[in-house]
Design a protein. Structure first.
Length: 125
């Protein structure tokens, strides 16, 4: 019998598992599932464009959070859970965000050809 290199041996051919697993839910498990699901509530949706961990920043003094959403910088007051405003960049998507050490300014950075770094005054928002 000649050996065929392109055909796998019948002895070593992979076969999917045949066992089928099922789980019957008890009334207690059903009640626990309902209790867990009822306690989870979506409070806020945060839409953002992030390319790295430098694209989200928080000012520890004021609790302000700055994050990019395409060419827009969004400022969020995490204490009051309210959006303070948006800053629009005229050129490219924002890829890096950082607060100044005193929290007065927020800096944004772009990527690509001729990227810009902008300094924004948080107090003017």
């Amino acid at each position: 019998m000649a050996f065929q290199a392109n055909q796998p041996s019948k002895r070593h051919r992979w076969r999917p598992p045949v066992a089928i697993e099922t789980h019957v839910t008890t009334p207690q498990e059903t009640q626990q599932q309902k209790t867990r699901d009822d306690s989870i509530v979506l409070e806020h949706v945060l839409g953002m464009t992030v390319y790295s961990n430098s694209a989200l920043t928080c000012d520890p003094r004021s609790g302000l959070v700055a994050y990019p959403a395409g060419c827009v910088l969004v400022l969020l007051d995490s204490v009051k859970n309210k959006q303070l405003g948006t800053l629009h960049t005229p050129r490219k998507s924002i890829t890096a965000v950082s607060f100044s050490s005193d929290g007065r300014y927020v800096l944004t950075g772009e990527s690509g050809l001729q990227p810009a770094v902008r300094v924004w005054d948080v107090g003017t928002m």
